[in-house]
Design a protein around this ligand. Structure first.
Ligand code: PAF
Length: 360
């Protein structure tokens, strides 16, 4: 519910109403010109803007990026936009969680937290929550591989890893981020390490198109046992949530191999694949009402800049170990079982990565 902005979005007064809304501690913008007006004023006032792009369904990972942005800027802009062009035609665009009310409540709580810290920190001053028509003003947003539209493609990075299974994903991400960067003109933009390939693609976008925004990468925020936080975790339910930890355990096994001095691809990947196959065999031995099955899409050992697969890690550069696992729908549920949003019927793609730091 866009309490303030919605009422005025079709009115000529909207431009001004969006600028004077007082119902939230930040201003909510559905359109570009009034946000630009605010941005221009902040520039004239020598304020700095940190930008956190999101698709909503905010969790602790987003909040930690916003906290970081508030320590490094006077003003934080957050976008909430479920971007259609990064979902393939058969992907979960329609079922992607949309949680406006709880998102706004979390952002209000953050501003209360920043206010308690006094003048030592910035605050969230703008939320950009545009419609698809605002973000794609001329042609409807296409999710087809050969669809028409004004797109930004970053190759070959976008074809690797996640891009191999999701051919339009990084085209959609790069396109929407280019639009958002042009709109917000932030001093800094914040992305989570969890989506490591996204961070590499965005850094390349900023470099190749001379975008005047620094990219800051925040650490992956994890649950107590190590599962990386993700908006999609709400679909897991207890059983798939417990088994889904396999992705983190597999990557940790690879990290242990690297930390113990191993550099060869086969030794590092054997450690990770060993965990992934053992856990799968354990699950397969259980009955359908007890088990949670998954398919490993990839486990990759790659160069941190190019994402090319490496045969032997160059210890002066380090590497990225990353993986993707699809938790398949539950075959049978038990009465009263917590199966997550969608009753355990929604497949859930989990991705994660660890950075192997360079070592002397
Ligand atoms: O990471 C995300 O949530 C999205 O890919 C992003 C960067 C907001 C672009 O839609």
């Amino acid at each position: 519910m866009f309490r303030c902005a919605r009422a005025f979005s079709t009115s000529p007064l909207f431009k001004y109403a969006a600028m004077t809304c007082r119902q939230y501690s930040f201003q909510v913008f559905r359109d570009v010109p009034p946000l630009r007006q605010m941005r221009r004023q902040l520039l004239l006032d020598r304020k700095t803007v940190g930008f956190v792009p999101t698709m909503g369904a905010l969790h602790e990972g987003h909040l930690s990026l916003i906290r970081q942005a508030a320590t490094e800027n006077t003003d934080v802009f957050v976008s909430i936009f479920v971007n259609p062009t990064q979902f393939g035609v058969n992907e979960d665009l329609s079922s992607y969680p949309r949680t406006w009310d709880s998102d706004v409540a979390k952002l209000e709580e953050l501003n209360d937290e920043f206010a308690r810290l006094g003048g030592d920190t910035g605050r969230i001053s703008a939320i950009l929550a545009p419609t698809p028509k605002v973000m794609y003003p001329t042609l409807p947003p296409s999710s087809e591989v050969d669809g028409d539209g004004s797109f930004v493609t970053i190759t070959p990075l976008s074809r690797k890893l996640e891009g191999a299974s999701r051919p339009v994903f990084f085209r959609g991400v790069a396109t929407v981020c280019m639009k958002l960067f042009n709109i917000v003109q932030a001093d800094r933009a914040y992305f989570g390490q969890k989506d490591v390939q996204q961070t590499v693609v965005i850094k390349r976008l900023v470099q190749d198109f001379y975008i005047n925004t620094d990219i800051v990468i925040g650490d992956t925020v994890r649950e107590h046992d190590g599962l990386a936080m993700s908006s999609r975790n709400v679909y897991l339910g207890a059983r798939r949530r417990a088994v889904g930890l396999v992705i983190y355990d597999a990557l940790k096994a690879a990290e242990n191999a690297y930390n113990s001095g191993k550099l060869a691809r086969s030794e590092i990947l054997d450690a990770a694949n060993g965990v992934a196959s053992r856990v799968l065999s354990e699950q397969q031995a259980l009955s359908p009402s007890e088990r949670a099955l998954y398919e490993v899409d990839y486990i990759s050992l790659a160069d941190p800049d190019t994402l090319d697969e490496v045969e032997t890690i160059d210890p002066s550069k380090g590497a990225i170990i990353s993986g993707a696992v699809k938790m398949v729908p539950l075959e049978e549920s038990k009465p009263g079982e917590d199966c997550g949003l969608g009753d355990g019927k929604v497949p859930v793609r989990l991705i994660d990565n660890l950075i192997f730091k360079p070592r002397p």
